[in-house]
Design a protein around this ligand. Structure first.
Ligand code: ATP
Length: 622
């Protein structure tokens, strides 16, 4: 962090503005001590003089030297501007952060009030508040502070929203960390940088606004004086002698520029981190698939919907499955098939305005909605796709791991850090690395540390959403081996989400194949290459190269693309890409049916073949 700010000082604009700011700081501290007496010295022999060698900026109506007065006024001018900025930024950040901790209705009220206030120009607001608070220094400070606050509230809200989609926030939430703590520990530190940059810019504006108020006579009052007041006094006789007005005017401009240029240089070098974020009637429930299995997790007819411009869209359209104790289940499917949303719904992480409905959504025999945060936090672990965003970059790895145990298991800070080191060791990361920051870890280590974080509690289920996508092949294998080891050593169930069917085939006991928000086939992985029946599953398998694949031929690809959640037509959603599709496939959607024990398929053609076989065998026995 420090290094990044030093880089700002190394740019020409950054360096020049920093020198000016240091100069101003020096004057703020020392000018009144050095020249305070001379600035107040009345000289009746030299009233209202213009520029001269003895008085470079002339004298005022009492014969006081204006140059000394400008220098001495630095303290009050800069001090008040900084005070106003501090109060304004503080109030703004508070207002901006409140919606994150308040109940939703109250949060909306605050947001609306901020939106209304932002619509007014700052200086107009300052004048309005100056009239309310009355003339004088306190009034002017509050007026400028309250004029600055709305834009900071808006900025905080926007920045907070942009980081709230990060995996480490989701990880903290799934670990049951409270809203206030998430705000203070995870959100605010990660938006501090742009806030500081904007505060520097705001200080420049506050300085000029303050000078304006004093100039108009509603800021600093005699006998105190700041640059604004000196400017006002000098301006009265600008046609006789320009120097007394020019001095304070130059001071205001130079100081304002110093703040603004430093802010601009910092913004240009540090840049604004703008992480991307994914983003009528509720849809009717579709046919319910039947699941017999009960276990750690039971999901029946799970649907996830979002309001869209043309009504609700439902990316997850009725998913049913179960995960038993100690079982490793894979979920595969192309991008957009609803795998991640299914996982997020299970962990209560689908964000408003998303709506999750299910006939049953139970974890450890209890409805997920009623599972206390503490229990969910220690019994369910999430491992996210991107090891870059899975940790809060401003905090040490150990602290982030320890948080879970401190919060939920009542461990002391020391014990929790000790456990964090042990858990890191268990995922083959040297324990002493607890003290390091996420950027000091490699991608694979970060992913293993994320798994270690999940193991801080005693999870009964680990949900790993594409945990190896961002990693190279060898690290990928290591992470998968680690998940498998955790499963066998601790009998923890694992739900592994992947778009790569070969990864699932190698590691899992059972596979769920998803297409367009539904499970289209479920079978034991051991039978994947021999017994898969759904044309989509067989097409996915055909796209996996193996030892017999002819290397001179291009790999099989599935023609076309899956439908978007809003455009799923009647019939089987795979029909437009299916070589076996018949008319029935285009008009009616097949339901998931058991073809054998542990093997379910949703396909009209498979059903047709089965009934043909059954009829033939009946005919044979008749
Ligand atoms: N917050 C949201 N608002 C609206 N639509 C969403 C939202 N989140 C996801 N979707 C949509 O839901 C569909 C399924 O998304 P999901 O992330 O579950 O897919 P996925 O199968 O995990 O794909 P990937 O492998 O690319 O992560 C996508 O079409 C996506 O655009």
């Amino acid at each position: 962090m420090m290094r990044r700010w030093l880089a700002v000082a190394r740019t020409p604009v950054g360096a020049a503005s920093l020198v000016l700011l240091l100069l101003l700081l020096g004057l703020t501290v020392f000018a009144p001590v050095l020249w305070g007496a001379r600035a107040d010295a009345i000289d009746t022999d030299a009233l209202n003089q213009g520029a001269s060698a003895a008085h470079p900026l002339g004298t005022d109506g009492l014969g006081r030297d204006i140059l000394y007065r400008v220098l001495v006024a630095t303290r009050l001018t800069i001090g008040l501007a900084l005070l106003a900025t501090l109060v304004g930024v503080g109030t703004g950040v508070l207002l901006g952060a409140l919606p994150a901790v308040l109940p939703r209705w109250a949060g909306r009220l605050v947001t609306s009030a901020v939106n209304v206030a932002v619509a007014f120009p700052g200086l107009l607001l300052a004048l309005f508040f100056a009239v309310i608070f009355g003339t004088g220094t306190t009034g002017a400070v509050l007026a400028i502070a309250f004029a600055v606050a709305p834009s900071f509230a808006r900025l905080t809200q926007t920045l907070a929203a942009s980081v709230s989609g990060r995996s480490y926030i989701a990880a903290a939430r799934v670990s049951g960390v409270g809203r206030f703590r998430i705000l203070v520990r995870h959100v605010l530190p990660n938006i501090a940088e742009p806030l500081v940059i904007n505060a520097t810019l705001a200080a420049g504006s506050a300085l000029t606004a303050f000078a304006g108020l004093s100039f108009l006579g509603i800021g600093v009052q005699a006998p105190s004086y700041d640059w604004g007041r000196l400017l006002g006094e000098g301006l009265n006789r600008i046609y006789v002698s320009p120097a007394p007005a020019l001095g304070p005017a130059v001071a205001v401009v130079v100081a304002g520029l110093a703040f603004n240029l430093f802010g601009e240089a910092a913004a240009a070098v540090l840049g604004h981190r703008q992480p991307t974020r994914r983003r009528g009637e509720l849809p009717v429930t579709s046919a319910v698939d039947h699941v017999d299995d009960e276990g750690v997790l039971t999901v029946r007819n799970l649907q996830v919907s979002f309001p869209g411009p043309d009504g609700w869209v439902t990316p997850v359209r009725g998913v049913s499955f179960a995960v038993r104790d100690g079982e490793m289940v894979g979920v595969v499917g192309e991008s957009g098939s609803g795998k991640s949303l299914t996982a997020l719904a299970v962990s209560r992480l689908v964000e408003h305005p998303g709506v999750v409905t299910a006939d049953r959504l139970e974890f450890l025999g209890k409805p997920v909605v009623r599972t206390p945060d503490r229990e969910l936090g220690t019994s369910l672990a999430m491992v996210f796709q991107d090891p870059m965003t899975s940790f809060n970059p401003t905090r040490r790895i150990g602290g982030q791991l320890a948080e879970v145990s401190e919060q939920h298991q009542g461990l002391s800070r020391k014990e929790a850090w000790k456990r964090a080191a042990e858990r890191l060791e268990s995922v083959r990361v040297p324990g002493e690395r607890v003290k390091q920051y996420p950027h000091e870890f490699s991608g694979g280590m970060r992913q293993r540390a994320m798994i270690a974080m999940g193991l801080m509690g005693d999870p009964r289920l680990v949900i790993a959403d594409e945990p190896t996508t961002a990693l190279d092949v060898t690290v990928q294998r290591e992470v998968l081996r680690l998940l498998a080891r955790i499963r066998s050593e601790r009998s923890t169930a694992v739900l592994l989400i992947s778009h790569d069917i070969s990864v699932v085939e190698r590691t899992c006991d059972r596979v769920l194949v998803m297409y367009a928000g539904k499970i289209v086939e479920e079978l034991p992985t051991a039978e994947l290459f021999t017994a898969a029946r759904h044309p989509y599953t067989t097409a996915l398998l055909a796209a996996v190269p193996n030892l017999e694949t002819d290397r001179d031929q291009p790999l099989a690809v599935i023609p076309g693309r899956p439908p978007e959640p809003g455009e799923v037509a009647a019939g089987c959603p795979f029909a437009p890409r299916c070589p076996l599709a018949v008319d029935l496939c285009r008009t009616e959607e097949p339901v998931l049916e058991a073809v054998e024990a542990g093997h379910r398929v949703a396909c009209w053609r498979v059903r047709e073949q089965r009934s043909a076989v059954t009829t033939a065998s009946r005919g044979g026995t008749a």
